[in-house]
Design a binder for this molecule. Structure first.
Ligand code: DGL
Length: 273
């Protein structure tokens, strides 16, 4: 017997606009699904916040998405996945798809045997990241680089400003100095800085991100649990933001589409408890 059809949206959240780098893969792979996205921009960055805070906030955001009928939750944030994926899976009777830096494909791709990982402080300090290295980084050298300030550049829409470029160069240089030929973009905000990172790294260095793999995992989980939508209509996108929703809207229109409507998150969720 096939699983029941479910027309609920796919709920996606991130500390801000970075998760749109995942959402674009989801939209490309699943054109008929409705997508409901929260940018928690009023609280970005998550990267230097305590894991307990991120967990509670993620429970609140995912709970709201579930309350709006979401049939699956995507944590479009490496930092929130490390802090909260387990708690969300315990609490929600829905598929919860998280993400982690792409160490496994990077380890398979490197020829120099040195992989660089750009990520937030929170991701790099997490037990999940240590476990990821234990599992997949045997026999290669992994050079990690926390990147304070980069998420804020993306949140402000400063994708190619000289100050952003200088910060990117500062974070990429130590990876190159150690001989990395493969760099993992371990935070969903960083794909929006890809041109700057590629310019700093040079053409011989491969950049790896995780959005495509997350979208494929979501598709698999939808087919295992609730049937994905099959009809001719294009799915709708709905966007919510905390903090300065006008600023978030300006940036999201640049990163997503010119006419992206962005609503403020409801007051009960606008600020964390
Ligand atoms: N975009 C998020 C990630 O993938 C979090 C960035 C942040 O808010 O520090 O890690």
């Amino acid at each position: 017997m096939s699983a029941p059809r479910n027309d609920g949206p796919i709920g996606v959240f991130d500390s801000g606009v970075g998760g749109l780098s995942v959402l674009r893969h989801i939209r490309a792979l699943l054109p008929h699904e409705d997508l409901l996205y929260i940018a928690d921009s009023g609280n970005a960055p998550y990267g230097d916040k305590p894991p307990d805070w991120i967990r509670e906030r993620s429970i609140a955001l995912a709970g709201w998405l579930a309350g709006r009928g979401a049939k699956a939750i995507v944590i479009a944030c490496n930092t929130a996945t490390a802090a909260a994926a387990g708690a969300l899976r315990e609490r929600l009777a829905l598929p919860v798809i998280g993400m982690e830096p792409a160490v496994k494909p990077a380890a398979a791709a490197t020829r120099t045997g040195v992989v660089g990982v750009l990520a937030t402080v929170g991701t790099l300090k997490s037990a999940q990241f240590a476990a990821l290295l234990d599992r997949f980084a045997g026999g290669i050298e992994v050079v990690t680089q926390p990147c304070p300030g980069l998420v804020e550049c993306v949140e402000r829409g400063e994708l190619d400003d000289p100050a952003t470029q200088a910060l990117v160069s500062r974070y990429v240089a130590p990876l190159l100095a150690r001989g990395a030929d493969t760099i993992v973009l371990g935070c969903t905000h960083y794909p929006f800085l890809r041109p700057l990172i590629a310019a700093a790294a040079g053409p011989q260095v491969a950049l790896i991100e995780t959005g495509g793999a997350v979208a494929r995992q979501l598709e698999r989980r939808l087919h295992e649990t609730v049937v994905a939508r099959h009809h001719e209509m294009r799915g709708r996108d709905a966007f919510y933001a905390s903090g300065d929703a006008d600023l978030a809207a300006r940036v999201m229109r640049r990163l997503w589409a010119d006419d992206t409507p962005v609503e403020p998150l409801p007051a009960s969720l606008a600020q964390p408890a």
